[in-house]
Design a protein around this ligand. Structure first.
Ligand SMILES: Nc1ncnc2c1ncn2[C@@H]1O[C@H](COP(=O)(O)OP(=O)(O)O)[C@@H](O)[C@H]1O
Ligand SMILES: [Mg+2]
Length: 246
């Protein structure tokens, strides 16, 4: 599945994630929270997905309890509305094997290829990732939270720590600081801001996952970003890099 192809295959995968039968296959040992590989069976279609049950979320002082899975689903919705389509289809399921949680399409990838050893051609694809993280206020963009799929597509994962109302941006990607923000990406942000500002099915979906003050903060960040001419520098008054960086 590539971003370009895509509306159709995204929709098919999304339908399977929303309605398919879920069965456990294995557990990822590297995550911070409990993260499972699952099999999703929907009619004749069978796909793999990553399931993060709310029960397995580590409590955090600065994020409300039991909300990380909803943030994962929200990041997918935002990526789609921007037309950037780089978050794998992600849904919130009430009926996961260990209860409510997020279910995200599994991307085949080489875990040894990541931000810290990217080829230049892939590195040049990161500016929209930087804007996405500014927009969703991503507190944890580690070097391994970008995956390159079988057809060299770029995918972004691990958005549990996003959409806080306070400034939390922590990312390894500060390389573009001071460079102009490309006009086509700014246009996409305007489209996004307009979409968030008028009622639609998509807005209702966002409202199922985020609190109203989080949606207002998202709107305010979109408005700020649209007015920015250059990629920002890391803030000096707080930690701007995630730990560990990979
Ligand atoms: N959609 C995905 N496709 C493939 N692998 C994934 C996907 N989501 C997570 N993973 C794998 O699971 C690991 C843990 O997931 P992550 O989202 O980082 O969880 P945590 O919230 O625990 O930090 C990742 O490092 C990655 O190897
Ligand atoms: Mg992680």
């Amino acid at each position: 599945m590539t971003q370009e192809q895509n509306t159709l295959s995204f929709e098919k995968v999304l339908a399977a994630l929303q309605r398919g039968d879920l069965s456990l296959e294995g557990e990822f040992v590297h995550g911070h929270n409990y993260t499972f590989l699952i099999q999703v069976q929907n009619q004749e279609e069978s796909i793999r997905a990553v399931y993060k049950p709310q029960k397995g979320e580590q409590p955090l002082w600065d994020f409300p309890d039991d909300t990380l899975a909803h943030r994962e689903a929200s990041a997918y919705l935002v990526s789609q509305a921007l037309g950037w389509n780089f978050v794998p289809p992600t849904v919130f399921r009430e009926d996961g094997p260990y209860g409510p949680g997020s279910v995200q399409f599994f991307i085949d990838h080489d875990p040894n290829y990541h931000y810290f050893n990217l080829r230049d051609e892939d590195f040049q694809r990161l500016p929209p990732v930087v804007l996405f993280d500014l927009l969703i206020n991503n507190a944890d963009r580690k070097g391994s939270h970008m995956l390159f799929g079988p057809e060299k597509e770029l995918w972004l994962i691990d958005h549990g720590l996003c959409f806080n109302v306070d400034e939390k941006l922590r990312t390894v990607i500060w390389d573009f600081a001071g460079q102009p923000i490309p006009q086509d990406l700014r246009d996409d942000l305007v489209t996004f801001k307009d979409a968030l500002g008028s009622p639609s099915e998509w807005v209702s979906a966002v409202e199922e996952h985020l609190a109203s003050n989080e949606i207002s903060a998202l709107q305010a960040r979109a408005e700020r970003l649209i007015k920015m001419d250059y990629f920002p520098y890391p803030p000096q008054d707080r930690r701007a890099y995630p730990f560990p960086p990979l």
